[in-house]
Design a protein around this ligand. Structure first.
Ligand code: ADP
Ligand code: TRP
Length: 325
């Protein structure tokens, strides 16, 4: 299957990004043809500092590579290295009704968080549809909050084909692929997010990571009393990071009483270190080799353009858009 996904370079990546998106991106590279990109055009909806934009773009590349993305298997590229994306975005926006975009939940969420309603923010899902359709992807692995954008992509592909396809399916609608239907809670119990100040960053110092984990919000049940794992934020995260046998033991300890939340937090901190400690070291090495990272991105874009260029030519032809030969 051809797989495509993207991560915005709009802040440091956190545990929610990893468990909800990156982890499965990396797993999928084994048996699929994968395209992963750094959505730096999308990030421009919120990041208006050029130095920050550059360093966050580089950070996402380093994070992917440190966490196990293998550039010989998956193509990793910057969105800005695939100019066909912006061209297709314009074309899609000419066949997409405003009503569809007005129904986008993430747009409404962003406005309610105080973001300014720019055209970029409003058209965000059209750019995302272009990302997906231009490489003819079959699967789009994302977290639950992105499913509506994938459904909108299918709608836009349909509008385009209906208008310009002349009976042919020029743009192919993909399928969203959810890891599990979960949302990783942040240290305050709400959805972990870069913008809520409740995240456990993937590549913080070991000391800070531990401090964040030890501060996850729990209820005030006394140590000796039984506790309900189903309502505990620490357990929710632990359940995504340990083997089923170990989880079953913790579940028993919760229900039996006599276990303090500090114990399970310590185990989570230890597990976090086991999981991300080696990646932190690899990331520090990669950081020293800028030329290698740049080479990976350039090569990744080349692979994506091998599909995007001929498809774009076909799209222009279908719309009657001429360019100099
Ligand atoms: P943020 O909310 O921190 O800005 P993004 O919206 O950039 O995160 O999300 C990037 C990817 O990570 C998306 O596929 C999204 O579904 C996933 N993701 C983000 N936060 C979580 C979370 N708390 N739980 C599960 N998946 C998440
Ligand atoms: N909107 C996605 C997010 O916030 C990022 C993204 C941009 C994306 N384009 C995409 C994800 C295409 C999947 C496919 O996480």
């Amino acid at each position: 299957m051809r797989v495509l996904s993207g991560i915005q370079s709009s802040g440091k990546l956190h545990l929610g990004n990893y468990l909800g998106a990156l982890k499965q991106h990396i797993e999928l590279q084994q048996d699929n043809e994968c395209f992963y990109f750094i959505a730096n055009y999308h990030a421009l909806t919120t990041i208006h500092d050029p130095d920050l934009a550059r360093s966050l773009t580089r950070d996402v590349a380093l994070d992917y590579l440190a966490l196990g993305l293998d550039p010989t298997k998956a193509a990793l590229y910057r969105q800005t290295d695939l100019p066909e994306v912006c061209e297709l975005q314009w074309i899609l926006s000419c066949v997409t009704g405003k009503g569809l975009l007005e129904r986008a939940v993430s747009y409404k969420d962003k406005l309610s968080k105080g973001l300014t309603s720019s055209m970029g923010l409003f058209c965000y899902p059209v750019l995302q549809a272009a990302d997906i359709l231009i490489v003819e992807s079959d699967w789009v692995p994302v977290g639950k909050d992105q499913v509506q954008h994938i459904e909108m992509t299918a709608d836009m592909a349909g509008y385009f084909n209906g208008t310009f396809g002349n009976g042919e399916e020029i743009l192919r609608a993909p399928e969203a692929r959810l890891n599990q239907a979960f949302t990783v809670p942040g240290i305050d119990g709400h959805k972990m997010s870069k913008s809520y100040g409740n995240a456990i960053d993937l590549f913080d110092t070991p000391k800070n990571s531990k401090k964040r984990i030890m501060s996850i919000l729990t209820d005030s049940t006394p140590v000796e009393d039984p506790k309900d794992p189903a309502t505990c934020n620490v357990f929710a995260i632990l359940s995504l990071m340990v083997e089923p046998d170990e989880l079953a033991e913790w579940e028993q300890r919760y229900r039996a009483g006599g276990m303090g939340y500090g114990d399970v937090k310590k185990r989570l901190a230890e597990r976090f270190e086991e999981t991300f400690g080696p990646a932190r070291e690899k990331r520090a090495e990669l950081e020293k080799d800028e030329a290698y990272v740049e080479g990976v991105l350039v090569e990744g874009a080349k692979r994506a353009r091998a599909t995007a260029e001929p498809l774009m030519a076909k799209i222009r032809e279908a719309c009657g858009l001429q360019t100099a030969k």
